[in-house]
Design a protein around this ligand. Structure first.
Ligand SMILES: [Zn+2]
Length: 381
């Protein structure tokens, strides 16, 4: 059983022209729905698009029937692209697909979608033994992973698979940090700075004290923390009554993030205590309002797990030396991990993504399709 590389390339050149930036994925959703239906999939579109305001109704999930009894293997990618993506003109040049320089290519992530379509086509045409395949195509991955955040997995029966959405097919991302946003409001006490500064408590002074005691930046090899926004003040003649701070912390190790957030919160509370004072016989003190919000959960798949071993072994047969990797950003894979799905990310041959210099390396693209076919064919659980 072999992938029809030329047919897949033709399909890629066709779908990369479909206009579907983040939040406006209707065209690509319609195409993918039609294609998966043609391949005999049972499809389900959730309501995610409505929740964050896309022209598309929602994420597309699908079941592709297998010929053996097994848990389904999941294949995933995203339907949206970054901009500029209007009027993409793909050009084949020296083993690569490039653009005319006016738009992105959108191989991120159309090359992944083309591979998934072709793998399913190949399975369907050959009367071989293969497990069922579940498919997850998300919206708005590039725009903040809003699709996966609202993904309804009700028809997804598999628990593990791969996301096709990165550069090198010898790199498998298994670990990416959890990220938490933190918000702090420091309420001081206003006072006329020119007449009675001693009657006020300056919120910025409390903040400065707290931050001077705080460990920020790289906390340990796996953990970082950063303050990104500071807002406050009413006038140059007013002791600053209120200040808000927004920041985020990330960690690739379980537990370290919680410890760092506690440290940041404690510094604000400790500093606030230092500014308690008596004014006209009354005690005044600053108030700290602290809250956090999960940006995305931890992706942490054991490199020695059966899934990773299986992917690596399939790579070996094709001459690929697949290594597990860690990455600093947040992906759909993080969000899916939070929903109980183990999906490492494999590269598909694009490079310079998110720029008009984006290209697809055709050989890597072909080889990744061979790899994905082999991974699916030999999966049984
Ligand atoms: Zn992508």
């Amino acid at each position: 059983m072999k992938i029809n590389h030329q047919r897949m390339l033709k399909n890629f050149l066709e779908i990369t022209k479909i206009y579907a930036p983040s939040g406006d994925e209707k065209n690509m959703l319609d195409y993918a729905k039609k294609e998966l239906t043609k391949l005999g999939c049972k499809i389900y579109v959730d309501k995610a698009g409505k929740k964050f305001g896309s022209t598309a109704q929602g994420n597309l999930t699908a079941n592709f029937k297998g010929t053996i009894k097994s848990a389904p293997f999941i294949l995933g990618g995203h339907l949206d692209t970054v901009t500029p993506c209007k009027g993409v003109k793909p050009i084949i040049k020296g083993g690569k697909v490039v653009t005319d320089g006016k738009t992105i290519l959108g191989a991120d992530d159309r090359a992944g979608l083309a591979i998934i379509f072709e793998v399913l086509r190949t399975l369907k045409e050959n009367k071989a033994k293969y497990p069922p395949v579940d498919i997850i195509f998300t919206l708005c991955e590039e725009g903040g992973m809003y699709g996966s955040k609202y993904l309804d997995t009700k028809i997804i029966k598999g628990k593990e698979g791969i996301l096709l959405d990165s550069e090198s097919n010898e790199e498998l991302v298994v670990n990416a940090p959890k990220a938490v946003l933190f918000y702090v409001t420091i309420k001081g006490v206003a006072s006329h700075a020119g007449v009675a500064p001693e009657k006020g408590i300056s919120a910025i002074e409390v903040a400065a004290k707290a931050i001077s005691m705080m460990k920020l930046g790289r906390i340990d090899p796996m953990t970082i923390a950063n303050i990104g926004f500071v807002e406050g003040g009413q006038g140059t003649n007013v002791v600053m009554p209120e200040l808000t701070i927004r920041g985020e912390a990330r960690s690739r190790t379980k537990g370290h993030l919680e410890r760092e957030l506690k440290h940041i919160e404690d510094c604000f509370k400790k500093a606030a205590k230092m500014f308690v004072k008596k004014v006209d016989g009354k005690t005044i003190k600053p108030e700290i309002i602290w809250s956090t919000e999960l940006k995305y959960p931890l992706l942490n798949i054991e490199p020695k797990s059966p899934l990773i071993t299986h992917i690596k072994n399939c790579g070996k047969k094709l001459g690929l030396n697949i290594k597990t990797a860690t990455c600093g950003g947040g992906f759909d894979a993080n969000i899916l991990a939070g929903k109980g799905l183990s999906m490492p990310i494999i590269g598909i041959g694009y490079d310079n993504e998110h720029t008009t210099r984006e290209y697809l390396d055709i050989e890597t693209f072909f080889k990744t399709a061979d790899l994905v076919l082999d991974i699916v064919l030999n999966y049984k659980k």
